[in-house]
Design a protein around this ligand. Structure first.
Ligand SMILES: CC(C)(COP(=O)(O)OP(=O)(O)OC[C@H]1O[C@@H](n2cnc3c(N)ncnc32)[C@H](O)[C@@H]1OP(=O)(O)O)[C@@H](O)C(=O)NCCC(=O)NCCS
Length: 189
């Protein structure tokens, strides 16, 4: 698949390229990105190079992953992926630069990515899943705000960066779901 660009009210979304390596490297030093996502830790510049060259580009091409850099006035401020795309389902993942959090920008961008994921002229998905290490209230709040339904805590279902096993929170949204946020029992209502 050829990478598809998306636009929202405030953002442009397009595939990250080698011109974005420095920005990705810098944001991935953030302790919360390292703690809560699967990025390598410590995160070195070659990880950012490998990400754009050996993950983003080939997976757009083979249709298994759609990754967008979120750009505000040409500055890279975050990343969204629809990954593990297969047989009508995919999974949403994201991180934001600490400087641009809590402004609803990620929510805005994820809505566009989800619309593309479900669209018949997009990825044509029926289900988009979400997963996080248990306790990642920020990520869960974003997913809840997008209309994802909480589907449970898989006991010791994930491995934290320190090697310990921890619960994994899982959620999902279907193409037919009403996207009005619902109660998640692990979040304050
Ligand atoms: C989680 C993360 C992506 C949220 O980004 P963000 O830019 O703050 O998200 P938004 O501003 O679009 O927020 C969307 C919603 O989530 C809520 N939210 C975001 N972070 C929150 C937090 N830490 N606690 C409670 N609510 C939070 C917002 O209030 C908003 O809710 P609303 O629509 O009801 O107002 C960001 O904190 C981050 O990059 N964290 C580290 C990486 C990470 O955890 N990635 C996910 C791995 S599963």
């Amino acid at each position: 698949m050829i990478p598809v660009n998306l636009s929202t009210a405030r953002l442009e979304l397009s595939a990250p390229t080698s011109a974005d390596v420095d920005a990705i490297f810098e944001i991935c030093q953030d302790p919360d990105v390292q703690r809560w996502t699967t990025v390598p830790s410590p995160y070195r510049r070659e990880h950012a190079i490998g990400f754009v060259e050996r993950v983003v580009a080939p997976r757009w091409e083979d249709g298994t992953e759609a990754t967008w850099a979120l750009r505000l006035d040409d500055e890279l401020i975050g990343m969204i992926s629809l990954l593990a795309v297969e047989d009508g389902k995919g999974e949403l993942g994201y991180w934001m630069s600490p400087r641009f959090r809590r402004q609803g920008l990620l929510h805005e961008a994820c809505r566009a990515a989800i619309d593309f994921g479900f669209a018949s002229d997009g990825l044509g998905l029926q289900r988009i899943g979400w997963r996080a290490l248990g306790g990642n209230v920020g990520s869960a709040s974003v997913a809840r705000s997008l209309g994802f339904r909480f589907e449970g805590a898989v006991r010791l279902g994930a491995r934290a960066k320190d090697g310990t096993r921890v619960d994994e929170w899982i959620a999902g949204i279907l193409s037919t779901d009403d996207r009005t946020p619902v109660v998640w029992q692990v979040l304050p209502s």
